[in-house]
Design a protein around this ligand. Structure first.
Ligand code: TYD
Length: 141
């Protein structure tokens, strides 16, 4: 599992702030997709899935959000509220996003195109896959 905070260099002067994201430089992968989450309904929980083969970098461009992260060994929570800090999330991490501030804009860079087949949306299935349980004719091995 890979979960890591990445400090992004802030270029600031009297006019304001600027952060630059560059493929294979401060973003440690090839950027195939960028999406952003905003205008969330109050008290909503998003995510609630893991990815089999996807690395992402989440940057809270504005506002704040809490992430519950679980690599199969138990949950940890991370608050993202600094646009100069990204969170790198590797494959096989269950994630839930909640406590979005009203103004939250969470930008996510990903190393793969959108692929619904890459999602694990059932937590019990995630635990089976992350712990390497194999099934043969309905039997857990
Ligand atoms: P969804 O995966 O439910 O969002 P979250 O995991 O944040 O709760 O995605 C919402 C919708 O957007 C769903 O219809 C799939 C679509 N979508 C794309 O078309 N491309 C993307 O890159 C992503 C992440 C989602």
């Amino acid at each position: 599992m890979e979960i890591e905070r990445i400090q992004l260099q802030k270029h600031g002067d009297s006019r304001g702030m600027l952060v630059s994201l560059e493929q294979n430089r401060n973003v440690p992968f090839e950027i195939r997709r960028v999406y952003y989450i905003f205008a969330n309904t109050p008290d909503v929980h998003r995510g609630q899935h893991a990815h089999r083969h996807l690395t992402q970098l989440a940057v809270p461009v504005r506002g704040s959000v809490t992430l519950l992260l679980d690599d199969g060994t138990g949950p940890a929570t991370v608050v993202l509220d600094d646009p100069t800090q990204g969170l790198l999330l590797g494959s096989m991490v269950w994630r839930e996003l909640y406590d979005f501030s009203d103004d939250c804009v969470l930008m996510v860079l990903a190393d793969q195109f959108y692929d619904p087949a890459d999602y694990i949306t059932d937590y019990a299935q995630f635990l089976r896959e992350v712990h390497g349980v194999r099934y043969v004719e309905g039997l857990a091995l």
